[in-house]
Design a protein. Structure first.
Length: 542
């Protein structure tokens, strides 16, 4: 694993002029007299001039962290994707901004932020700038942290609001413009060896198609993972690779060891915000690709771009978002904790313009908050094992896609149009897996075949749940619709889960009902993620 980090230490001198020391390792750095730019990808940009004031525009267009120093202040800006996750805290002498949240723990015993702990359990990550610990904060997307002799201030330099482009209602114009952008992105990938995770889903097909179009398919090795060889993901992945001229994917079977291998790693490096149920690519990269001379092509952020969470019509009312609904349905939280979480939710939507081209608050949250805290953070952790490029984390592509009329973005319809247009080599798959939409909507075809698939899907999932329950996770049913068998794997951690819940109960964080509920293995997948989050958090709290 690479030792990869950025650490910025700011000391306020007696004169009020900040003294800045920047340390980094295995990141790309460009420096000028008053600017420092750090990126996790190859740096190919010119730094702003010394009198340049629009640092927000630079940070918006370039993936990385920009540090701007002058006599009165220091400004640290990240990109809209948080490609380098940043945390910040104050000591008695300095202000520390770092990619390594565990730096905070070197100060001594850290107090748990119970609102942050519950946010992580309920939502899969802490919201806005909150973390698991009091005094430790994270930088939200498209934000700048300003340090002066008066203290710290946090501002968002871009609110992600984009107007609809009515010219894109013409499907021909839309497809031509989108094809041009994607062709440029994949054509400009350097000629070198790559590795890419692949399935039969739309995102994988899209990358495979443009690698084929850019004549780079021969450079790419592929892999896929699943809990049984019967998984549709594996079968479809092989078909996609064959169709687009990529090497057949290597198969990695998920088991208890693949989950356990990342338990302490993900907890430490993400401050408990990413549970081990999401550790598979890290496990694959760590265990199976040595020496790591290739560069991983990550398809992360494509879901946010192309409309996974777009309903196609406007449905916007405050309080209708999934964060608020989940909070309102959770019992046993104190009023203080509930109010703190509500404030964080409010901060996420504070810059939202109802007239912007989003179908719902959930879509806005998915584009501006969830992907950064989950997918992009995970991509950075994966880059510790193998250099990683993110073709879809592109601000120009982001603004373009957010301007596409909602009906054309609905459930990735735009990608169906792209394949159907002939802009890239088309490929139809009539089946689905549980991990993704294959044809825009699950079981979208009408007729008797659709009914048979729906019945089969429900039957297979019922059998999976029943066998996992009866055998206490020891036997995995070969369900073709499952990629991961999370319930089975959670059974392997049942003893540790009970100890973790007991510990949180004794600490006064869980009440008796929460302790009892969260220490029980659910029959189906609902509630599994929350329990894996508890397992991932507890190692930081002991």
């Amino acid at each position: 694993m690479k030792n990869k980090f950025i650490r910025i230490e700011i000391t306020l001198s007696d004169t009020g002029q900040p003294i800045v020391e920047i340390k980094s390792e295995n990141l790309n750095v460009i420096e000028s007299q008053i600017f420092t730019y750090i990126s996790n990808e190859q740096v190919e940009c010119a730094l702003p001039h010394h009198d340049f004031t629009d640092t927000a525009n630079f940070s918006k267009k370039n993936k990385g962290v920009l540090v701007h120093r002058d006599k009165q202040k220091v400004k640290i800006s990240n990109d809209p994707f948080c490609t380098i996750p940043l945390y910040y805290f104050k000591t008695s002498e300095k202000i520390i901004i770092t990619s390594e949240p565990y730096d905070f723990n070197t100060l001594g015993d850290a107090d748990i932020d119970q609102a942050g702990l519950w946010e992580s359990i309920l939502f899969g990550s802490c919201l806005w700038n909150r973390t698991l610990f009091k005094g430790l904060f994270q930088l939200p997307s498209a934000s700048e942290l300003i340090v002066t002799d008066e203290g710290l201030s946090l501002e968002r330099y871009w609110d992600f609001n984009v107007e609809e482009d009515s010219s894109l209602k013409n499907e021909k114009n839309l497809i031509e413009a989108l094809d041009s952008k994607l062709t440029d992105i994949f054509t400009n990938l350097p000629e070198k060896p790559y590795l890419m995770g692949i399935s039969g889903g739309l995102d994988s097909r899209l990358s495979a198609a443009y690698l084929h179009k850019a004549n780079k398919a021969h450079l790419v090795k592929t892999f896929t993972y699943c809990s049984t060889k019967q998984s549709l993901d594996y079968q479809l992945a092989k078909k996609v690779c064959h169709h687009y001229g990529l090497k057949e994917p290597s198969l990695h079977i998920l088991n208890e060891a693949s989950y356990r291998s990342q338990l302490n790693f993900l907890s430490k490096y993400t401050c408990g915000q990413i549970g081990i149920q999401h550790s598979h690519i890290c496990s694959v990269l760590e265990s199976n690709f040595k020496p790591r001379t290739d560069t991983q092509i990550s398809n992360y952020f494509s879901d946010a771009l192309f409309g996974f969470d777009c309903s196609g019509n406007k449905h916007i009312s405050m309080g209708s978002d999934s964060l608020t609904r989940t909070l309102n349905s959770t019992d046993g939280l104190s009023m203080d904790i509930r109010c703190e979480i509500e404030a964080d939710i409010s901060n996420i939507f504070s810059g939202f313009n109802p007239d912007a081209n989003y179908s719902s608050l959930n879509e806005y949250k998915y584009v501006t908050e969830r992907n950064q805290k989950f997918h992009m953070n995970l991509a950075f952790q994966q880059s510790r094992f193998m250099d990683t490029c993110l073709p879809y984390a592109n601000s120009g592509l982001l603004e373009f896609m957010m301007s596409v009329p909602l009906p054309l973005r609905k459930h990735k319809k735009v990608l169906d149009l792209l394949f159907e247009s002939g802009a890239v080599k088309g490929f139809e798959i009539a089946d689905i897996s549980s991990r993704h939409f294959i044809a825009g909507n699950e079981f979208s075809n009408q007729g008797i075949q659709s009914l048979i698939k729906k019945f089969d899907f429900k039957l297979q999932n019922t059998l999976s749940a029943l066998i996992a329950k009866v055998t206490q996770g020891k036997m995995i049913y070969p369900n073709k619709y499952h990629t991961e068998s999370h319930v089975n794997m959670l059974h392997k951690f049942s003893g540790e889960l009970k100890v973790a819940c007991d510990s949180l109960y004794q600490a006064g964080i869980f009440n008796e009902e929460q302790q009892k509920t969260l220490s029980t293995i659910p029959v189906k997948s609902g509630g599994v993620s929350e329990r894996f989050q508890v397992l991932s958090l507890i190692s930081l709290l002991q």
